[in-house]
Design a binder for this molecule. Structure first.
Ligand code: IPE
Ligand code: IPE
Ligand code: MG
Length: 238
């Protein structure tokens, strides 16, 4: 089966630049080009949901100039690509904490969501200023607030109901999580949602991520046997 939801940890921009004797920001710029292509390729390969990790809640610890470059690239991506994404029927959603972002970035993120809210093509979810621990904590606070106010009971808080407090409310869990650059960790990405995701770790650096890499990861996923804690129909019959 093909994954309905593919999530990507786009890693390795800095190393890509370093290998070419270029500044890190050149790697990030090349990373945006790779993102553009990945969105197009995911649509063509029949993926319904694509989530990309663009900036983590821990990435603020990078030098201010690099943080600035990354903010600038998000602005550029939305300004340059939003019209085309909209034209192609892509629905854009953003997950992550928006409260502390610069006002113009907040406005751009809202514009992207509002403009594309009625689209029925591929769903593109951008994780920006996103960290799972932060997301889960914000969700827990919101749930507690509702319980304290008597809007819901403590016993009614099931995993499904709790999921509705997360930034990813209404978004299906990822089936496949891909990370480029050879690192094999989640780095605070979709900790709750990845409970039963399949993982594919690729050695290539994000700016080099190709259509073939995506297709191969999807093919690898198709060969995996997912069990969700149970047994397969074949095993149950034994
Ligand atoms: C991923 O590339 C982009 C972001 C985290 C924003 P990196 O910048 O982490 O690249 P490496 O890991 O240093 O090579
Ligand atoms: C994860 O990559 C965040 C993004 C891809 C946006 P990092 O490069 O920040 O992760 P670590 O620091 O290597 O774990
Ligand atoms: Mg990295």
């Amino acid at each position: 089966m093909k994954p309905a939801h593919v999530a990507i940890i786009m890693d390795g921009n800095g190393r890509w630049a370093e290998a070419r004797g270029l500044p890190r920001r050149a790697g990030h710029r090349a990373g945006v080009e790779a993102l553009r292509k990945a969105v197009r390729n995911a649509g063509e390969l029949g993926i319904s949901w694509l989530t990309v990790y663009a900036f983590s809640s821990e990435n603020w610890s990078r030098p201010p100039s690099e943080v600035n470059d990354l903010m600038g690239l998000l602005r550029l991506f939305i300004r340059r690509d939003l019209a085309e994404l909209h034209q192609n029927g892509v629905r854009v959603r953003i997950v992550g904490d928006r409260d502390n972002l610069q006002p113009d970035i907040k406005a751009l993120l809202e514009e992207a969501e509002n403009l594309t809210a009625g689209n029925t093509g591929m769903n593109l979810v951008i994780a920006f200023n996103y960290g799972s621990r932060d997301e889960i904590l914000r969700a827990a606070r919101a749930a507690l607030k509702d319980i304290e106010a008597g809007r819901t009971g403590l016993d009614a808080l099931t995993p499904e109901r709790f999921g509705a407090y997360l930034d990813t409310a209404g978004i299906p869990d990822p089936d496949l999580i891909i990370r480029t650059s050879g690192e094999q960790r989640l780095s605070n990405f979709l900790l709750w949602q990845a409970a039963y995701a399949e993982f594919v770790f690729l050695p290539c650096l994000w700016p080099d991520f190709s259509r073939d890499d995506l297709a191969a990861a999807i093919a690898t996923f198709s060969e995996r046997e997912r069990r969700f804690g149970g047994v397969t129909a074949r095993e149950a019959a034994l």
